[in-house]
Design a protein around this ligand. Sequence first.
Ligand code: ADP
Ligand code: MG
Length: 286
Amino acid sequence: MSAGLAVTCRGLVYIYRLEGYDVVALSGVDLDISAGESVALLGPSGSGKSTLLSLLAGLLPPSAGRLTVGDHDLVRATPAELQTLRAKDVGVVLQGASRNLLPYLTAEQNVRFAQRGVPAERRRELPEPRDVLAMVGLTGRGRNRQRPQRLSPDERQRLALAVGLAGRPGLLLADEPTSQLDTRARDEVLLTLDTVRRSGTTVVVVTHDPDVGLRMGRTVTIRDGRVGAEGRRGEDYAVVGRDGTVHLPQEALRVLPPGTLVGVEPQPDGTVLLVPARSSDVEGVQ
Ligand code: ADP
Ligand code: MG
């Protein structure tokens, strides 16, 4: 596989402009992903995960802020450059395996079809579809000649990953690749993603499943359109936003429910105390 691509987001904003009103889906995402890193994007439904993935894929243009993928500046990129990016640098696996597959083609033909988008001069360097299928563990029992509906759900998901990997991308983006799968099938898909990452490809996966997050090495939690928290090897950190706000974790919110007045007291040792006001402190204050 080709060398992994790094990703940089600075104050990244995306606004869906609808008739009569706008939806701010991303409200200032700051995020660095190193080449070859694997990251899970977590967060509640509607927080902006799929929108962020679409921006990284060059499928939606940023409304404001900065976004680079490898050498590509996705704010300035021309339509032709975006097309090249999608064809050879970024592999996208949409949510729902079948949406990535042509039902009347075999597994091998699906991978070959995905390779047709790659510019002719690079196509010679591409792996044989058989080898892409081997990478995702789809070999033996004639599975390369099966149509998608004859495969099991995890095999179908792994075929969707193979289609995303067909052009040897430096960045693989996958939206919920393990939803709809039982635990065993999920683990098969996670092993496949491990293999992809070890080959040097940068991997970004959107997931609802905290276990998937743990397996990916680094988690980035999106809340209200920005990065609210980050986790590394099981340790969780809140992230201070560019406007100075911090999303408190659930344990802290039990002590400091929304609306609580807190004293914010920097300490000499570099920590900061959040001290809730006593009711006597605030009584009579209007
Ligand atoms: P997630 O993937 O985390 O569930 P999305 O990125 O799909 O979140 O959505 C983020 C926000 O943008 C939500 O408020 C959602 O309703 C809105 N949104 C998503 N897609 C569209 C669209 N095509 N048109 C208008 N609003 C959208
Ligand atoms: Mg989504």
